[in-house]
Design a protein around this ligand. Structure first.
Ligand SMILES: Nc1nc2c(ncn2[C@@H]2O[C@H](COP(=O)(O)OP(=O)(O)OP(=O)(O)O)[C@@H](O)[C@H]2O)c(=O)[nH]1
Ligand SMILES: *[C@@H]1O[C@H](CO)[C@@H](O)[C@H](O)[C@H]1NC(C)=O
Ligand SMILES: *[C@@H]1O[C@H](CO)[C@@H](O)[C@H](O)[C@H]1NC(C)=O
Ligand SMILES: *[C@@H]1O[C@H](CO)[C@@H](O)[C@H](O)[C@H]1NC(C)=O
Ligand SMILES: *[C@@H]1O[C@H](CO)[C@@H](O)[C@H](O)[C@H]1NC(C)=O
Ligand SMILES: *[C@@H]1O[C@H](CO)[C@@H](O)[C@H](O)[C@H]1NC(C)=O
Ligand SMILES: *[C@@H]1O[C@H](CO)[C@@H](O)[C@H](O)[C@H]1NC(C)=O
Ligand SMILES: [Mg+2]
Length: 462
């Protein structure tokens, strides 16, 4: 078989598997309720809406209702709490999320989404602690800055649900009752993580029904993130300016090269693998004006990939014979600009957010599971209603580059969902008790959630 055929057959297998998964996992995906949903959702006002995306924006009117009620409750409670005439010593119970400000911009988002879900299911108030300049980047529907009320909670009891990789109460997340007496005895539940660590929550028997009712399509990250993390109007208009260059069909690529340290043992994703994946996608495209949006973590790599693609699509070959016109573009973030917060990760926060959002507006995504950046773009996406998932390229070991049999083939899979992955799920499966693992695996997306980061063996608990 020629290379494109081999790739296609892999893709077909993945697609067949995906369809099977859809069929097995209930009839939640049937057309009729979705049609009703769409009609209802026309009145939706909460979900972030970009003008370039009127027809495809993702909407969920049931979640909007829950969100609206939450915002009202939050405002009401805070007003009362801060009222100087309030002598009550009773404090509302809260969830406090602390983003890791030294991690990548993408890494800051999953903890926020998880914390908000925890606050909804446990009837607590939601706060974010220490996200500098949040207001500069996002539009807020309510005041969730922990500084507003934290001085009242100096004496309060707190439980750490998550502290990075060290502490994670997976039993509670996967099958516990957040309103139990034990959990209720804490005023504060703390969340400090860079992972989409709450993925098992939708299989928790206490909350399964809530998810089935409010977010029945499993697009949990999308539903919450488009509501809670709405871009600031200044950034939004920059996104819209770029998105005006999108054409009939748009492929987004996230190139991540600068992550692992140099050395023969480290992992890499050959630039040609991204390019091959795009060629493969283009096989199916005919008589279209196509645009390809390239986001990258460095300028050199981006230019190299843009040049490769430009060469490919101007020349006379089978792709050209499909009668497509292809334009390639990227945003203006200067990826040579040193970032004072993260020396390995260059560029600006504004640039990163714009790239994330633009990737999310693409019809198809080619990303790598070496980076959570692309997976978060996929989740924070207005196009998440597409049935087709992402195309994910696996990194390979650097000292394999001598081995043409490995380097020559792109290692990839097609995902069924645009939910981000949970890199800790491998550790959960390896280290947690049988019942917790079983419950996690009752989640129809558990295989998807587990495909994350380098294919490393998880550590064993000491
Ligand atoms: N503007 C822009 N910045 C990028 C891009 N890719 C990576 N970066 C920068 O690199 C950082 C990557 O961090 P994350 O978003 O956490 O993604 P990650 O690859 O999982 O990185 P780590 O988890 O920190 O190892 C971003 O915050 C940006 O600063 C890109 O396509 N565009
Ligand atoms: C004081 O504030 C708390 C928390 O918002 C609230 O539950 C309580 O009803 C308030 N009491 C009065 C008298 O307003
Ligand atoms: C709070 O206490 C002061 C005096 O201790 C009292 O005058 C006031 O009425 C109280 N306010 C409320 C809302 O109970
Ligand atoms: C969770 O625990 C609380 C407190 O014990 C209890 O009232 C509630 O019914 C429990 N939830 C479920 C679904 O059992
Ligand atoms: C190529 O595409 C254009 C539209 O972009 C169309 O008008 C034309 O008929 C196509 N040519 C062929 C040979 O299909
Ligand atoms: C592509 O764009 C050109 C002009 O930019 C236009 O003439 C052509 O009809 C477009 N083709 C399709 C298929 O939309
Ligand atoms: C790659 O590096 C590993 C670890 O150093 C080594 O065990 C392996 O033999 C190397 N493989 C090749 C093909 O050089
Ligand atoms: Mg990451």
């Amino acid at each position: 078989m020629t290379k494109p055929l081999v790739i296609l057959s892999i893709l077909l297998n993945v697609t067949t598997f995906s369809i099977l998964l859809l069929l097995i996992n209930t009839n939640r995906f049937t057309c009729i309720p979705e049609l009703v949903e769409t009609k209802e959702a026309t009145n939706s006002i909460n979900t972030e809406n970009l003008k370039n995306d009127d027809n495809t924006k993702y909407m969920n009117s049931k979640f909007d209702k829950v969100y609206n009620e939450y915002v009202k409750k939050h405002d009401r409670t805070i007003t009362k709490l801060l009222d100087p005439s309030n002598n009550s010593s009773e404090l509302p119970k809260v969830v406090v999320v602390r983003p890791d400000m030294h991690a990548g911009f993408g890494n800051r988002l999953p903890g926020i989404i998880c914390g908000f879900l925890y606050s909804l299911i446990s009837d607590r108030l939601f706060f974010i602690d220490g996200y500098s300049n949040f207001e500069k980047y996002f539009e807020k529907d309510f005041d969730h800055n922990w500084d507003t009320v934290s001085y009242l909670y100096k004496e309060s009891s707190a439980k750490d649900l998550h502290i990075r990789d060290e502490v994670n109460d997976f039993t509670l997340v996967a099958r516990g009752n957040f309103s139990s007496e034990e959990i209720n005895s804490y005023d504060i539940l703390r969340v400090y993580t860079i992972d989409y660590i709450c993925a098992p929550l939708s299989s928790n028997p206490y909350y399964k029904e809530w998810f089935n009712k409010i977010i029945p399509d499993y697009r949990i990250f999308t539903t919450v993130s488009l509501t809670l993390l709405k871009l600031h109007p200044d950034l939004k208009s920059q996104v819209e300016d770029h998105a005006n260059k999108f054409r009939d069909y748009n492929i987004g690529i996230h190139l991540r090269e600068k992550k692992s340290p140099e050395g023969t043992k480290s992992w890499m994703v050959p630039i040609e693998h991204y390019y091959e994946a795009v060629r493969m996608l283009m096989l199916e495209v005919k008589n279209k004006n196509v645009s390809i949006f390239v986001a990258a973590d460095n300028t050199d790599g981006r230019n190299k990939l843009v040049n490769l693609l430009n060469e490919e699509f101007k020349s006379n070959n089978i792709y050209h014979d499909n009668n497509n016109s292809v334009k390639i573009f990227h945003s203006e973030d200067n990826m040579d600009l040193e970032n004072p917060v993260m020396w390995v990760n260059r560029g600006t926060e504004v640039g990163a957010l714009i790239d994330l959002k633009l990737l999310g507006l693409c019809d198809d995504l080619v990303i790598t599971y070496a980076s959570s950046f692309g997976l978060l773009a996929a989740g924070w996406s207005h196009k998440a209603s597409r049935q087709r998932g992402l195309f994910v390229i696996n990194p390979i070991k650097k000292n394999w580059t001598e081995n043409l049999q490995v380097v020559d083939k792109i290692w990839m899979w097609g995902a069924i969902s645009s939910e981000p992955c949970m890199y800790m799920s491998k550790l959960l499966i390896k280290n947690e008790d049988e019942e917790t693992v079983r419950t996690f695996k009752s989640n129809p997306l558990w295989i998807h959630y587990s495909q994350c980061h380098f294919p490393i063996e998880p550590r064993t608990k000491n």
